[in-house]
Write a protein that binds this ligand. Structure first.
Ligand code: AMP
Length: 106
């Protein structure tokens, strides 16, 4: 596990508000929400950013996307935005892949 804040959350070294989890993925509430509902999906497998997505086994990548959709559905979101910031100038501040799920406007 790489030494990022999300790596520490996944390793349960620091607390987070966990919404859902399974063996490979965890969904937490963003500490600084930018929408009425703002969750982050973190894979336990470490890659610095989406740029390295090719390092994920295909089935694991598919399950990650399904987990994102499942989390949104469990939160009762019908309309929502999924985003990944890739690189500092695009807004990435934590260098462990994570998917933003933002919704809850209606
Ligand atoms: P990004 O800017 O795309 O790298 O997203 C990082 C996100 O992580 C930001 O929206 C932060 O508000 C959020 N964040 C940072 N630290 C924590 C934390 N300890 N628990 C939950 N969310 C966090």
């Amino acid at each position: 596990m790489e030494d990022t804040i999300f790596g520490k959350i996944i390793a349960r070294k620091i607390p987070a508000k966990i919404a859902y989890e399974d063996e490979q993925y965890i969904a937490i509430h963003d500490v600084n929400p930018q929408a009425p509902v703002h969750l982050l999906v973190l894979p336990e497998r470490h890659i610095d950013s989406f740029r390295e997505i090719g390092e994920f086994p295909a089935e694991e990548a598919k399950r990650m996307l399904e987990f994102v959709a499942d989390v949104a559905a469990r939160e009762g979101l019908t309309d929502y935005r999924v985003a990944v910031n890739v690189g500092p100038s695009a807004g990435q501040t934590v260098f462990h892949l994570h998917w933003h799920i933002k919704g809850g406007w209606v």
